[in-house]
Design a protein around this ligand. Structure first.
Ligand SMILES: *[C@@H]1O[C@H](CO)[C@@H](O)[C@H](O)[C@H]1NC(C)=O
Ligand SMILES: *[C@@H]1O[C@H](CO)[C@@H](O)[C@H](O)[C@H]1NC(C)=O
Ligand SMILES: *[C@@H]1O[C@H](CO)[C@@H](O)[C@H](O)[C@H]1NC(C)=O
Ligand SMILES: *[C@@H]1O[C@H](CO)[C@@H](O)[C@H](O)[C@H]1NC(C)=O
Ligand SMILES: *[C@@H]1O[C@H](CO)[C@@H](O)[C@H](O)[C@H]1NC(C)=O
Ligand SMILES: *[C@@H]1O[C@H](CO)[C@@H](O)[C@H](O)[C@H]1NC(C)=O
Ligand SMILES: *[C@@H]1O[C@H](CO)[C@@H](O)[C@H](O)[C@H]1NC(C)=O
Ligand SMILES: *[C@@H]1O[C@H](CO)[C@@H](O)[C@H](O)[C@H]1NC(C)=O
Ligand SMILES: *[C@@H]1O[C@H](CO)[C@@H](O)[C@H](O)[C@H]1NC(C)=O
Length: 615
């Protein structure tokens, strides 16, 4: 049976070939001058032959007519009325500026009409009448300014309309009426300044929309309120669009969202939150610098995340937390120095990883990629090391299994000046505490105050960029233990430093406080993220016993220092014995300072310008 079928198939092929060859020789139907005709396929190819008008004598049964790349300027009424069988008509790359009323009337079977790259400014009513079967209309790259009511009236079969790269500034309310089956609409790179919500609401079958507005820096609330059936939305090439209002995507139920070539500086977490069916998210070519932890978890179905050509410097741990179907991450051409396994909900689902084009530091943080390199699909472009220098330029597929554990290493964070520091100072002075660290990758440093708050880079007590803590205009209440924590992927380290600030006059100070180290601290909870309010509001979990001891000892030491100061002041005042109760103050009279001509006279009066004060 199988062999038979094959033979029959072969026979038919040979037969067709013979018919084809015979057709070519005999010209069963005439071909217009300068055109090429493929008789057996019923194709008339008049592309690129410098025609200035539609040729005469096109075979009435032609299926495809290509008139692209010519010099056509005008289409007359019923220009193609004798081509009732035509399925495809290509008029792109001409100079068409006028298409007359009913120009395409009679093309009842036409499926595809291409008019891109012409000079159309307006589409008069009735131009597209009679195109009952048309599925695809391409009017991109013209100069169309406006869509009037009922422009596409009779095109009930139209599925795809490409109107991108026009100068469209206005879409009238009923412009799209009658497009009952339109599935895909491309309005990319147009000049529309307000959302044509009413016009779009006519398109009840629309599933893919490509769009861009000019003039908005913030995508307004309710921009797509009436487009609940759209599944794929693309907003691209909006270089001014910097953010999305929190309710801008409300009303949509998308499976795919692309927001590319815009000016977004962060992932629009909140506007995305309700898109629980989203599977594909593309934020490529936006100046986004980081992906924050735990903020994409609502997108339960998300499978693909693309952020190509951005400014990504960090993908935080737990960035893709909760995404159990996550299978593709495309972050090529960014500024990432690493990507930690902790970013993902689970490594098991990840299949495709594009990490190329990033200045990667090859150390223990990327070990997971190395270990999975045979299972992961790098899409043909494996990651490349940029640092350390001796590994520069090596791709991840180069390393032998033996090399990996030796080369992809980290050095635990370590504080160098380990000696316990004790600093005493007078009120009003400025002191600095050093916390020099070593480690690979460079450890992050945090300082915790005696009141157990994270110290920031601003304020009177602040952390300098080199990790040094600076206490300016020290006050008595600044006294206590300060802690420096250093940590990196490989480990952590901490030291404590005690500060004693005494109110002047200086008092001797007796140190009663034993040293404390924060053994019960959960460092992970206070490691600074880009959002310090999040980490501080989480609180610092440590056990009650430590808290009680610290509080008690802290107040004991404080009270004792105050007491010692008072005692000192008392003895000092007693020992001074006789105390003067008056003071003489001499002063220059105000008039003397201003009136220079009277300077001499004022000088003479100096002796008398004295004041006696009672203390
Ligand atoms: C149509 O003609 C042009 C110019 O002669 C040629 O480049 C092109 O390949 C032809 N197209 C087809 C489909 O034959
Ligand atoms: C018409 O011809 C041009 C140039 O030869 C070609 O690029 C285009 O694809 C053709 N159009 C169709 C519909 O085949
Ligand atoms: C449309 O926008 C482009 C780019 O912003 C601009 O160059 C062009 O002049 C605009 N056209 C109209 C008609 O406003
Ligand atoms: C969008 O709506 C939210 C909540 O209703 C509101 O807080 C916000 O100001 C609105 N934004 C704009 C740009 O209108
Ligand atoms: C993009 O946003 C930045 C600030 O976030 C702004 O300085 C810049 O002008 C914006 N670019 C455009 C084209 O609007
Ligand atoms: C949203 O889209 C999903 C997937 O296309 C579909 O299963 C779901 O029913 C839709 N929900 C609503 C409210 O339209
Ligand atoms: C990643 O993005 C680049 C640039 O957009 C694209 O060329 C490539 O196909 C994408 N890779 C995958 C696996 O999607
Ligand atoms: C850190 O910077 C401050 C101010 O720039 C400087 O005074 C201090 O000496 C530096 N500390 C270290 C350890 O280099
Ligand atoms: C800090 O180091 C200690 C001991 O090396 C370890 O038990 C602890 O888990 C580390 N904490 C963090 C947050 O890495």
């Amino acid at each position: 049976q199988f062999v038979n079928l094959c033979t029959i198939h072969e026979d038919t092929a040979i037969l067709l070939w013979i018919v084809g060859v015979a057709g070519a020789w005999d010209s069963p139907w005439p071909c217009p001058q300068r055109c090429e005709c493929l008789h057996e396929l019923l194709i008339v190819n008049c592309s690129s032959v410098h025609m200035t008008s539609v040729p005469e004598g096109i075979y009435a049964k032609s299926l495809h007519l290509n008139l692209s790349n010519n010099h056509l300027k005008i289409l007359e009424r019923r220009q193609f009325s004798n081509l009732a069988e035509l399925q495809e008509l290509d008029l792109s790359e001409n100079m068409l500026s006028i298409i007359k009323f009913e120009a395409f009337l009679g093309l009842r079977r036409l499926l595809t009409l291409r008019l891109s790259q012409n000079r159309l400014k307006i589409i008069p009513l009735g131009v597209f009448s009679g195109l009952l079967s048309l599925r695809l209309l391409d009017i991109s790259k013209n100069e169309i300014l406006i869509f009037l009511d009922h422009t596409f009236r009779d095109m009930a079969s139209l599925q795809k309309l490409d109107a991108s790269r026009n100068d469209i500034v206005f879409i009238s309310k009923l412009a799209f009426s009658g497009l009952l089956n339109l599935q895909e609409l491309n309005l990319d790179r147009c000049n529309i300044t307000s959302a044509p919500a009413l016009a779009l609401s006519q398109l009840t079958g629309l599933t893919r929309l490509q769009f861009c507005w000019v003039g908005y820096t913030v995508l307004p609330n309710n921009s797509f309120r009436w487009l609940g059936w759209v599944r794929e939305l693309t907003i691209s090439n909006c270089p001014w669009l910097g953010s999305l209002a929190t309710k801008s995507l409300i009303g949509l139920n998308l499976t795919s969202l692309t927001l590319s070539y815009c000016n977004l500086s962060s992932v629009p977490y909140v506007p995305l939150q309700h898109l629980v069916y989203l599977r594909y998210l593309d934020l490529s070519y936006n100046p986004i610098t980081s992906i924050q932890p735990n903020l994409l978890g609502d997108l339960l179905q998300l499978q693909e995340f693309h952020l190509v050509g951005g400014s990504l410097q960090k993908v935080e741990p737990r960035a893709f937390q909760g995404l159990v179907h996550f299978r593709l991450l495309n972050v090529s051409s960014n500024q990432l120095s690493t990507l930690e396994e902790m970013a993902f909900h689970s490594m098991k689902t990840l299949q495709v990883l594009r990490l190329d084009g990033n200045p990667l530091t090859c150390d223990c943080r990327l070990l997971w990629v190395l270990h999975n390199r045979l299972d992961l699909d790098f899409d043909g472009v494996p990651p490349v090391c940029a640092l350390p220098v001796y590994m520069q330029g090596r791709t991840f597929l180069d390393f032998s299994a033996a090399e990996v554990p030796r080369l992809f290493t980290c050095r635990q964070a370590r504080i160098l000046n380990r000696k316990p520091q004790e600093v005493r100072t007078d009120e009003g002075h400025t002191v600095q505490f050093f916390c020099q660290v070593d480690g690979d990758p460079t450890p992050s440093i945090i300082w915790v105050s005696p009141h157990r708050t994270l110290l920031t880079t601003t304020g009177r007590i602040r952390v300098l960029s080199n990790g040094t803590l600076e206490v300016r205009y020290a006050q008595v209440q600044d006294s206590g233990y300060y802690y420096c924590f250093a940590s990196n992927t490989a480990g952590n380290d901490s030291i404590s430093i005690s500060l004693r600030v005494c109110g002047s006059p200086e008092s001797s100070y007796q140190n009663h406080s034993p040293q404390f180290f924060l053994e019960g601290w959960n460092l992970a909870a206070i490691i600074p993220s880009d959002n310090p309010t999040v980490s501080t509001s989480q609180g610092i979990p440590f056990d009650m016993k430590t808290l009680v001891i610290v509080m008690t000892m802290g107040s004991v030491s404080f009270l004792s220092s105050v007491a010692v100061c008072f005692v000192f002041i008392f003895f000092w005042s007693q020992s001074k014995g006789k105390i003067k109760h008056t003071a003489k103050v001499s002063f220059v009279p105000r008039s003397a300072a201003i009136a220079t001509e009277k300077a001499e006279r004022a000088e003479a009066n100096m002796e008398t310008a004295k004041l006696t004060m009672r203390l």
